[in-house]
Design a protein around this ligand. Sequence first.
Ligand code: PLP
Length: 470
Amino acid sequence: MMIEITPWLDRKKGQSLYSELYKYMKGEIEAGSITVNTRLPSIRQLAQHLTLSKNTVEAAYQQLVLEGYVDNRLRSGYYVLPIDEVTAIPPTMSPPVVCESKDDTEARYDFAYGDIEVDRFPMREWARCLTDSLYEKPFEALGYGNKQGDPELRAEIASYVFQSRGVVCHPDQIIISSGTQQSIGLLCQLLQLRGERIGIENPGYHGVRTVLSNHGCIVTPISLEHDGLSIDELVMSGSKAVYITPSHQFPMGMILPIQKRNQLLRWAEDNDALIIEDDYDSEFRYVGQPIPALKALDSSGRVIYLGTFSKSFLPAARLSYMVLPTSKMEQVYKELQAYNQSVSPIIQRAVYLFMQRGHFARHIRKMRRIYYSKHSALIRAIIQLMGNRVDVIGHKSGLHILLDVKGRDSEQLIEQARKHAIKVYSPRDQWLEPLSCPNSYVMLGFGAIHEEAMEEAIQILNQAWFTQHV
Ligand SMILES: Cc1ncc(COP(=O)(O)O)c(C=O)c1O
């Protein structure tokens, strides 16, 4: 293997260039960045690359040969020789101290929120759409793409949000982006929300709270009541916008009733304020009728609607969208001209084909049935096995629940579960002050666990938590 070498040579330092080059190469060989048996560039190549004379490079190589770092093989070139193995640690072996290593211990059942069951994913259809996306309209698929997002995909999304969520919009009101956090970041920039007071649910999705705060918004926590956001607190807060998950509050799971939805819309109108509605998982509802999105009631153009494909289709697509009120389009459209689209046009075309060919509608119908039976199996097992030692919180829709394991400590619960090869999680980060999260809460995402395995998973959890405590 031959490498290129690009040292920083300070031509004004007063040292000879040959000595600087020699010291640099010696250091890199000792550090292991230039590894044993590496073929160094030829004298001519390196001289040309570094705009040095051949004599300078040759002198540096000679010194390395003399000191036993490098071997000059006749007609073959200069090769790095082995040195004391202890000193030869490649620089990539030790991770930077700031990176926390991920807990990748094997678990028999992992209740991670956000995971999907890979075996149930329509891999063949998706692979076909991905391949076809390259050939169908290569010019569209292989370039930067439309700044707002692929027009045909936006038309499919407009039709989907109307049919499934009652949201009426023109495809030109839609902006595609690569996930809910990116949508929020883009909104902060396009609508210049820096310095504005934004109300957020507390507890609420910390992924969005972090982005708002990093964009310089004055993030103002608004408490939850048994039926969702406290409108009284919002009114008192003096916010210019509010971020809310009305159809399935994250993480507590309540559904904002119609009275509060109307009050919220009135608040926005009276205060010239905006409502950012995050409708992340409303496709999956297990109790009662589907309720339309808040945006469907928005007659005065106050609601920005956020949707994502992460729950309904695939987190790895990194595809989300927002529907903007027409009153904001002119400002947004002007600002957007300086931005490139963040989602690969290949993925956008493939998702468009997936929707247009009817796979998406079929996938949602199938996943509704599957998640319904997973959810039933989960709740049934919890009630049967754990009884009144736990309360289930937020079980009417979505892909996660909270468990209140009465009188117990979540850290211990997580550890006891881990010892039985089950992973469960704390929802603590969703509270603005994590210590305000009740200690007895744990969070279970059930998207990736097969319904037939649910009872066994809960049985093991029950054993882990309760056998030595009853
Ligand atoms: C409240 C909420 N919104 C949105 C999302 C989805 O985010 P993304 O579109 O980045 O996958 C999640 C997923 O964790 C969520 O909990």
